[in-house]
Write a protein that binds this ligand. Sequence first.
Ligand SMILES: [Zn+2]
Length: 350
Amino acid sequence: MRVRYASLTAIAVVAVALVLGACGGDSTSDVESGPVGSGLAGTRNDLKSDDRLRVATTVAPITSILLQIGGDRIYLHGLIPPGIDSHTYEPKPSDAVILGRADIFIMNGASLEGSTEAIARTNLKDPSKIYKLADNTLSGDDPATGFLYDFSFPRAEGKPNPHLWMNPLYALRYAELIRDWLSENDAPNASYYAANYDAFKAVIDQLNAAIEKDSQTVPPESRKLLTYHDSWAYWARLYGYTVIGAAQPSDFKEPSAKEVADLIQQVRDEKVPVVFGSEVFPSGVLETIAKESGAAFEEKLSDDEPPGEVDAGNHTYVGMLVENMRIMLTRLGGNADTVATVPVGNTFGK
Ligand SMILES: [Zn+2]
């Protein structure tokens, strides 16, 4: 079973205005997808000019961050649909069409989207307009400051853990890069992108402070994570938690019987209180580990899919983090009271 990652997709879909795919002519009729998220200003009526920057991206959290910066001044399309594993995603012919219409392509990088990058290089009007967020956020492999390698992303395979966005400060760096890249390609709207970045930064600063505070309410001996998909490494490094393991092997298949037995022993030895799975990528393995080890089982963490429907007020990157904290910190014996006060809606244009 694969991990939740696939879900990233979700966002993607969220995707805002899909519009990248729109063909010329009366663009108002192109805006099939209309507004994304409760605050998306990109209504049909707004999309009457055809000269907006067309931006393609991949997974849902990044699509949401991009929306906060680009707002209604860009056409935005997230390629990877919900319920699909982004680590193993194979682009569809329609993705090539969309990339062929995009002015720029912003991807996570860190080897997350290998196949999609190849399609982008072939189809993008200007292949130099491919931008990688993770690769411009971290470098090297210093365990304290660089890319991380671990069980699901072993150093031997040369592909680091790509889930930088689960760390709010790296998500903020993503937003900063996005602001700069959008401004380079669409200078007339640079001040709009800058203002949107400032608004997003204010919320991320609040979110980071809230997580710092609430994560300390978890008993120190319980600040340990065992998850199915290995997406919490950079979050854990920031907030002083230990990822004791992930159940999913590097090939994204199910772990072997021996690996499962080892994890059960580890959960027992380290007295891990809860094992965390994914609603989107259910696997019987974690439930088995929990049952055999005596740990509780929680299946609803999400690292790639914002909560609720596309038009829900919390269907955003920040909404996803807040919901995760509510579940995780509570289940580990703490609370998420401060995190619950963080505004979760779209911030662009405010
Ligand atoms: Zn993943």
